[in-house]
Design a binder for this molecule. Structure first.
Ligand SMILES: *[C@@H]1O[C@H](CO)[C@@H](O)[C@H](O)[C@H]1NC(C)=O
Ligand SMILES: *[C@@H]1O[C@H](CO)[C@@H](O)[C@H](O)[C@H]1NC(C)=O
Ligand SMILES: *[C@@H]1O[C@H](CO)[C@@H](O)[C@H](O)[C@H]1NC(C)=O
Ligand SMILES: *[C@@H]1O[C@H](CO)[C@@H](O)[C@H](O)[C@H]1NC(C)=O
Ligand SMILES: *[C@@H]1O[C@H](CO)[C@@H](O)[C@H](O)[C@H]1NC(C)=O
Ligand SMILES: *[C@@H]1O[C@H](CO)[C@@H](O)[C@H](O)[C@H]1NC(C)=O
Ligand SMILES: *[C@@H]1O[C@H](CO)[C@@H](O)[C@H](O)[C@H]1NC(C)=O
Length: 292
């Protein structure tokens, strides 16, 4: 999905930053801290923070010095970092231990676990003003000089297979053998891992997917990684965006109901832009673009 960016974004960016800095430090809320995460501030809050601090939807808890985010009911992830510069939070599955490559994720997680209704461009549903708390992607304007708003996925999938027969590298080079990490008695089962888009996985009958997991540090060339490296990246964790439900809700949309509205992260300014795109011919569009 690609859209053109309109005018007036600079003013909006400045405005949003002011609103955010008011909410963040103001109201007598100082940043909270739990273990290694020392910068818990608006929209985030810790369970025991004063009620007026942060946003209830972005509540974290602190257990044994570990910061936890309950992403889905009953399913909490370890918080590794909160990035206020680009509106992401980095999480790791609670069962993954950095120093033990036999640790598999407890929860199966893929991009399909996050709502993707926003991907269908409809004027009625403004992009970035829905009430979605976390998203697996961000709309972005790249810092490479392009003015296009493009969708940036924030993580890739790691698929684990449990097969009753070995897969040879010649048969299927997408998967690496992870068995040395797992104590499979008698070698009746073989565990493989691969970095794939979920829909792409076609499997032999004697293999089943045991778990899908996520990491944010797989670039375009992730073939041929050792399983140790895949595990290391899983323990780095995956990023989610929190801008849609928080800062994007501050966008002040004006314009007709049939215009496309989009809230995006501007990489060059490291800030949020709000924009309206006409659903009609470009010629008429300039008149409708918002300015504040
Ligand atoms: C919790 O983590 C902080 C920062 O790493 C450390 O200073 C503190 O001693 C830890 N407390 C406990 C009870 O482990
Ligand atoms: C967000 O910022 C953090 C900290 O600077 C960085 O490590 C991470 O790669 C960034 N994520 C994206 C998707 O830009
Ligand atoms: C993600 O969705 C799949 C399929 O619906 C489900 O089995 C899985 O439990 C979900 N993951 C989480 C973390 O809720
Ligand atoms: C988000 O919006 C949906 C549909 O409008 C609604 O059903 C749901 O209750 C809302 N959730 C929150 C947390 O506001
Ligand atoms: C800039 O980055 C965007 C999105 O990452 C990409 O689609 C576009 O082709 C790039 N443009 C240039 C001029 O490199
Ligand atoms: C693979 O499947 C077998 C049989 O169901 C099971 O005993 C074994 O624990 C599985 N291994 C992993 C790593 O999931
Ligand atoms: C993967 O590694 C094998 C053997 O180490 C090598 O022959 C092959 O060219 C590599 N493939 C890619 C895509 O790098």
């Amino acid at each position: 999905m690609v859209m053109r960016r309109g005018k007036g974004f600079l003013l909006l960016i400045i405005l949003l930053q002011q609103i955010l800095s008011c909410r963040g430090g103001g109201g007598g809320c100082s940043p909270s801290s739990c273990g290694k995460i020392s910068n818990i501030r608006y929209p985030f809050r810790l369970k025991d923070d004063p009620v007026n601090c942060g946003d209830q939807r972005y509540e974290l808890s602190c257990e044994n010095n570990i910061t936890l985010l309950q992403l889905f009911p009953g399913k909490s992830y370890h918080v590794k970092a909160i990035n206020y510069n680009n509106f992401t939070i980095r999480l790791v599955d609670p069962a993954i231990s950095e120093n033990d490559c036999s640790t598999l994720p407890r929860y199966s997680l893929s991009r399909s676990n996050f709502s993707d209704s926003h991907r269908i461009p409809t004027p009625q549903i403004p992009k970035g003003v829905n009430n979605e708390t976390y998203a697996s992607f961000q709309y972005r304007v790249s810092s490479n000089g392009s003015t296009q708003v493009a969708t940036r996925e924030l993580f890739n999938h790691v698929i684990f297979l449990n097969c009753s027969n070995p897969i040879s590298r010649d048969d299927d080079s997408r998967f690496v053998d992870a068995s040395p990490c797992f104590d499979e008695k008698g070698g009746h089962h073989h565990v493989y891992a691969g970095v794939e888009g979920l829909r792409v996985v076609e499997l032999r009958d004697d293999c089943r997917v045991t778990v899908a997991a996520s990491s944010s540090i797989f670039g375009p060339s992730h073939r041929n990684l050792s399983y140790g490296e895949i595990h290391r990246r899983l323990s780095y964790g995956f990023e989610l965006s929190w801008m849609l439900g928080s800062v994007c809700a501050l966008c002040d949309w004006r314009g007709s109901a049939t215009d496309f509205k989009i809230c995006y992260f501007d990489e060059a300014y490291q800030s949020i832009g709000c924009d309206i795109h006409c659903s009609v011919a470009e010629a008429d569009c300039s008149k409708k673009k918002i300015t504040i």
